[in-house]
Design a protein around this ligand. Structure first.
Ligand SMILES: [Zn+2]
Length: 79
């Protein structure tokens, strides 16, 4: 489903496509490029907090680490 998210900085509405009814992660406004951490529960936006580039980088590193762990797990499963 597509969820509409209003930017807290400039008020521009953007959309985020979701595969799950819940989501927690970064969101970037397509217009002013402001970054936020958003939390969605049951297809509803619960929190929207400003996010710095540094925090985003940290988040992406964590995500990458998690993906590496998942890839390793998948590898072991196949054996
Ligand atoms: Zn914006």
């Amino acid at each position: 489903m597509i969820l509409k998210i209003k930017c807290a900085e400039c008020g521009t509405e953007g959309s985020l496509s979701l595969t799950d009814p819940g989501y927690q992660g970064p969101y970037r406004c397509w217009k002013c490029r402001a970054l936020f951490t958003i939390k969605i529960e049951n297809n509803e936006l619960k929190t929207c907090e400003p996010l710095t580039e540094e925090e985003l980088k940290r988040h992406e590193e964590e995500l990458k680490k998690q993906q590496e762990i998942d890839a390793l797990r998948a590898k072991f499963k196949r054996q």
